[in-house]
Design a protein around this ligand. Sequence first.
Ligand code: NAD
Length: 257
Amino acid sequence: MDVKDKVVFITGGASGIGKASGLKLGKNDAKVALCDIDKKNGKEAEKEFLEQGIEAEFFHCDVTNEKSVKNAVDQVVNKWGKIDVAFLNAGIEGPNNKITDIDYSDWKKTFEINVNGVFLCAKNILKIMEKQGKGNIIITSSNLGMSALPNKAAYCSTKGALIMLGKSIAVDYKNEDIRANIICPGPVKTPLVTSRWEEIEDPKKRAEVKEAILNIPQLMEVKEVVNTVHFLASDASQAYNGETFVIDKGAQAELVE
Ligand code: NAD
């Protein structure tokens, strides 16, 4: 799965799935643009990548702000001359409440980052890919974009929207050498999930929630997700366009009655 010299623009690159995918691609000689709103973790990730001999740089990017997105895209193109792969992956979990208890501001913030952020990045990067006559977009949805869990209406709705955004890009560009695919991971041990217990103040409750999460049978390590990203970023996946790749050890396949 050759990604040598491909320039990969990764949002959410400072942590979790984005950072681990960057490492995997970088170790396979891709050039990695780590784009994230988190400067501290982003700069640390950049240092870690450089120490491992990976050609990488952190670019500050707030995916909800078009100026910031455009600036990051321009900086990456100025540095490396192109963007071969965009891994549009930044996201938040949003509120964990029943619909009637969700603050509208929390609902909007979840859409702003998870959906509008991917739209803004795709819009600005597709302009570059159109000029190149070539490009590859990978979007991070979730298995919760296909099946719902209780109290996760905001997150599930954003992730469902991303599947259709990915398919829409695939259809809009079907006659050009630009493709888009969507990954739908199940639960992965990243800060997005571990914060569910780390942020609980009561030690007893914190220990209970931690144990419950760590006992989810399909809980994955990031290394179990990055192989799919590597495949999709490479030309080995050339025939795939508008596809959803569920990576969840069968969780989404099971109907619980
Ligand atoms: P994470 O919290 O480790 O990483 C998310 C990154 O997104 C962080 O570095 C954060 O700073 C960044 N980010 C947040 N808001 C941003 C903004 N406005 N602009 C730019 N960057 C921003 O979480 P993760 O688990 O690696 O999540 C990555 C993606 O995977 C998310 O879209 C998430 O919904 C999705 N996902 C995660 C899981 C899971 O269980 N961890 C499962 C399915 C899908």
